[in-house]
Design a protein around this ligand. Structure first.
Ligand code: DAK
Length: 258
């Protein structure tokens, strides 16, 4: 896969997707969103890949937001269109990936950048990371799912304060709030994400795919999460991985999942 604004590599069943516009602090423009859509769609179908890690190039930023230079002169209709297509092309794709997505937040994650990290299933941050939704300081609101996902992760009160004040929080505070799962040094950030990925790879990919669907269902207005859980639980029984997992337990050995 060759792209202008992103890098994709694969190792040990883990794909690393790096947003690569460091001079613009990895701001998400249309081309980058469309390349991420293409890469993630392909990785989702790739049986050799079990986990996807998302990060930003350079030492300064994960993603410093949607590209302000691109949307500065939009009207209402263009704004709505961009929000809808961006959500569909990128943020919903990340949230609904059939394999875990880990955001390794290595610096500024602002606006659309934090929204991207929040669409991922797991977030780890470096000590330097700074996170915020500064949209109201630009006269817009978070348009890529941020009003919904931030409140889901940190609760309504903290989400409202963070958006109203447009202020950034550091990694330790984000950890306390539950916005990120772990904080580590810049050097250890990718190794930590890879370590989590390696633990995930030991388990059944089909069961993890079902888990993603069931947990996501709790946050979808048109789905009953308990019903989805029952359906996905049942689906597991038809899979070779269920057979392997239970057989391995009975034979007192470790399961081998591809
Ligand atoms: N967009 C475009 N360029 C950006 C950018 C961004 N979000 N963030 C940084 N850059 C660029 C800077 O313009 C600068 O470019 P040059 O001037 O060198 O060409 C370069 O990256 C380096 O940035 P700074 O010189 O500003 O670096 P500093 O260390 O001084 O400051 C900073 C770092 C992160 C504090 C600062 O760059 C900053 O405040 N950046 C903007 C943060 C921000 O407000 N992000 C946007 C949040 S709003 C929508 C859907 C969603 C959204 C909007 C619309 N629609 C559907 C229409 C979401 C909006 C957002 O994400």
């Amino acid at each position: 896969m060759n792209f202008e604004n992103i890098l994709v590599s694969k190792e040990n069943k883990v794909a690393l997707v790096t947003i690569n516009r460091p001079k613009q602090l990895n701001a998400l423009n249309k081309v980058t969103i469309s390349e991420l859509n293409a890469a993630l769609t392909e990785l989702d179908q790739d049986n050799e890949v079990r986990v996807v890690i998302l990060t930003g190039a350079g030492e300064k930023a994960f993603v410093a937001g949607a590209d302000i230079k691109e949307f500065a002169d939009f009207d209402q209709k263009q704004g709505q269109d961009l929000a809808a297509s961006g959500q569909e092309l990128l943020f919903d794709v990340v949230q609904n990936l059939s394999k875990p997505a880990i955001a390794a937040v290595n610096g500024f994650a602002l606006g659309g950048g934090l929204e991207l990290a929040m669409a991922a299933h797991i977030r780890v941050a470096s000590e330097q990371a700074k996170m915020g939704l500064p949209e109201v300081s630009l006269g817009v609101i978070p348009g890529y799912g941020g009003t919904q996902r931030l409140a889901q992760l940190v609760g309504k009160g903290k989400a409202m304060e963070m958006v109203f004040t447009a202020e950034m929080i550091g990694a330790e505070e984000a950890l306390k709030w539950g916005l990120v799962n772990h904080v580590t040094t810049a050097e250890e950030l990718l190794p930590l994400a890879q370590k989590i990925a390696a633990k995930i790879c030991r388990n059944s990919g089909t069961a993890i795919r079902s888990t993603i669907k069931a947990i996501n269902a709790n946050y979808a207005f048109d789905k009953n999460g308990y019903a989805v859980e029952i359906e996905e639980f049942g689906n597991c029984f038809g899979t070779p991985e269920f057979k392997e997992g239970t057989t391995a337990f009975l034979e007192k050995r470790k399961p081998s999942f591809n």
